[in-house]
Write a protein that binds this ligand. Structure first.
Ligand SMILES: [Fe+2]
Length: 194
């Protein structure tokens, strides 16, 4: 019996996760480890036949995450993400590392650095430090407290793979920044919910 695409995908995701743990086991989620993980994730995303759109429902609006491989407890989460044209996210800090790779479409990430010391509640100053355009064959990696914003560019949905150091259901508080108002706020942490 031929192996289904879903089974092939499952195996490829499991193989990726093994590689991710092999990389982080030796040095933790350092910048070089995250770079190596990014290259692995890009290689997986390049296998577009494993991710046919017919297997993944489109979002009704904005975006949608489809779990591909979510580890138990404090393990990693690997998702197929679909973000519709124009979907954007203001600058934010996940508190946990993240690696993305494009399957199709284009998403631009801008990166920011916080200038203030965080001592004034609700106040933050951030400055843009760079940007990465994630398109097929490309990816991006960010460390635990890097700050990024995202926007889907062009007319096509941005479909990609997203690997987080924690599953989305166990995410820390996400800190959002509003550079125009020099303000910040945090979402509730999910770390205490399970
Ligand atoms: Fe993000």
């Amino acid at each position: 019996m031929p192996i289904s695409i879903a089974t092939k995908r499952q195996r490829a995701c499991a193989a990726l996760m093994q590689q991710v743990h092999a990389i982080t086991a030796t040095e933790g989620p350092t910048p070089s480890a995250l770079h190596a993980i990014k290259q692995k994730l890009v290689a997986l995303a390049n296998k577009t036949a494993l991710f046919p759109l017919s297997d993944f429902e489109m979002p009704i609006a904005q975006g949608r995450n489809h779990p591909l491989l979510v580890e138990d407890n404090d393990g990693c989460g690997l998702y197929l993400t679909i973000n519709l044209p124009g979907k954007e996210a203001a600058p934010h800090d996940h508190g946990i590392w993240c690696v993305n790779a494009a399957v199709s479409g284009i998403e631009k990430h801008e990166f920011f650095r916080r200038l203030d010391d965080g001592s004034r509640p609700g106040y933050a100053q951030v400055v843009k430090t760079g940007e990465v355009v994630v398109r097929p064959g490309q990816g991006m990696a960010m460390a635990d407290h890097d700050i990024h914003s995202t926007i889907v560019e062009g007319d096509e949905p941005a479909i990609g793979l997203a690997l987080y150091g924690y599953a989305l259901a166990r995410f820390p508080a996400v800190v959002w920044f509003h550079p125009a108002f020099a303000s910040t706020r945090a979402s509730l942490s999910r770390r205490l919910a399970v």
